[in-house]
Ligand binder design. Structure first.
Ligand SMILES: Cc1cc2nc3c(=O)[nH]c(=O)nc-3n(C[C@H](O)[C@H](O)[C@H](O)COP(=O)(O)OP(=O)(O)OC[C@H]3O[C@@H](n4cnc5c(N)ncnc54)[C@H](O)[C@@H]3O)c2cc1C
Length: 265
C-alpha cells in the first residue's frame, strides 16, 4: 500500500462538535468563554488538522461572520489589520501597498496559493508555530496585538514615512530572519531583527544603529550581524539543523539583509 494512504488512514475521525457562527465580536467572545472546550476557527487550515489528529472540542466558533475582525484600515498613525485578513489580502491590499509595500512583496513568497487564500494572519499568529512568518515579520515592524479576551481582534503596525521590512527566507523552515528599519534623511532611526524557526517563539534583537548612514551599512554589516547573532539564546537543535548551524545562519542572513538595506535604502 502506498505510504500516503497508510498516513491518511492512521488519522482518527474528527470527534463530533457543535458549530457556532457568531455575528459579532461580543457573541464570539461569549461563545468562546461558555462552559466546555471551545475553540476559534478562522481559515481552519491548522485547526482542522489538529481535529483530524484527535484533538476533541465541544464547540468550534467559526469567526467568518465577525465583521470586527475583517479589513485593513488606517487607524491614527498605525495600519490596522483584522485577524481574519487572509495572506492573499495582505498581498493585494492597496493601503499596505502605499504605506508598507515591503510587507505585501514579501508575503507573495509565503506558503502556496491555496493556503494564502484560506489562511489568515490571525490563525497564523495564534497557532504560534515557530516556523510561521507572521510573528517575526510583525515583531520586526514593532506591531502590537489588539485582543478581546482570548480572541485576537487586530494587529496594529506603526506607520513611518520610510519604514523598510526585509526578509531572508531562503533557508525556511530552518531559519527565517526579518529586518525592520525606520529610516530618516538617509540615516537609520531604529532597526530590529526578528528570527523565526530557531526558538519556541520568534526572538528579536534591536540593532544599535541609530544615526548610522544607511549607505555605509555594508562596511560594518559583518560585525553588526556577528554581535546580533551572539545575543540570541541557544537556537533549537532538531532533525532539520543543529543549534550551532542556526546561530551561524542568523549571522549570515542578518549580514545579507544589512548589505541589502545599505544598497537599496
Ligand atoms: C502547505 C502549507 C504551507 C505553509 N507555508 C507557510 C509559510 O511559508 N509561512 C507561514 O507563515 N505559514 C505557512 N503555512 C501555515 C499557514 O499560514 C497557516 O496554516 C494559516 O495561516 C493558519 O490560518 P487559519 O486561518 O487557517 O487558522 P485556523 O486553523 O483557523 O486557526 C489556527 C489557530 O489559531 C486560532 N485562531 C484563529 N483565529 C483566531 C483569532 N482571531 N483569535 C484567537 N485565536 C484564533 C485557532 O483557534 C487555532 O488554534 C503553511 C501551511 C500549509 C498547509
Amino acid at each position: 500500500m502506498p505510504r500516503m494512504l497508510i498516513g491518511l488512514r492512521s488519522r482518527k475521525h474528527i470527534s463530533p462538535f457543535e458549530l457556532v457562527r457568531p455575528a459579532s465580536l461580543e457573541a464570539a467572545c461569549r461563545a468562546l468563554s461558555a462552559l466546555g472546550r471551545n475553540v476559534a476557527m478562522a481559515g481552519g487550515i491548522d485547526l482542522i488538522d489538529r481535529l483530524k489528529l484527535g484533538e476533541a472540542v465541544d464547540r468550534v466558533i467559526h469567526l467568518s461572520g465577525v465583521r470586527e475582525l475583517s479589513g485593513i484600515r488606517r487607524d491614527g498613525d498605525t495600519v490596522s489589520i483584522g485577524a481574519l485578513t487572509t495572506h492573499a489580502e495582505v498581498i493585494s491590499n492597496p493601503l499596505l501597498a502605499e504605506v508598507l509595500p515591503d510587507l505585501p512583496a514579501i508575503w507573495r513568497g509565503v506558503a502556496n496559493p491555496r493556503v494564502r487564500h484560506t489562511g489568515t494572519i490571525g490563525g497564523n499568529l495564534m497557532s504560534a508555530m515557530p516556523h510561521y512568518d507572521a510573528a517575526p515579520a510583525l515583531l520586526a515592524l514593532g506591531a502590537s496585538l489588539v485582543k478581546a479576551g482570548t480572541l485576537l481582534e487586530r494587529v496594529r503596525i506603526p506607520i513611518a514615512p520610510h519604514q523598510r521590512l526585509l526578509a531572508e527566507r531562503s533557508l525556511h523552515p530552518i531559519i527565517s530572519v526579518y529586518l525592520g528599519a525606520r529610516l530618516e534623511g538617509g540615516k537609520i532611526h531604529s532597526a530590529r531583527i526578528a528570527v523565526g524557526c530557531c526558538h519556541a517563539q520568534p526572538a528579536t534583537a534591536d540593532l544599535p544603529l541609530a544615526g548610522v548612514s544607511v549607505t555605509s551599512l555594508g562596511a560594518d554589516a559583518a560585525a553588526i550581524a556577528s554581535k546580533a547573532a551572539a545575543s540570541f539564546a541557544e537556537p533549537l537543535s532538531d532533525g532539520l539543523a543543529s543549534g550551532s548551524y542556526r546561530r551561524r545562519m542568523i549571522e549570515v542572513l542578518t549580514r545579507r539583509l544589512l548589505i541589502k538595506l545599505g544598497s537599496q535604502p
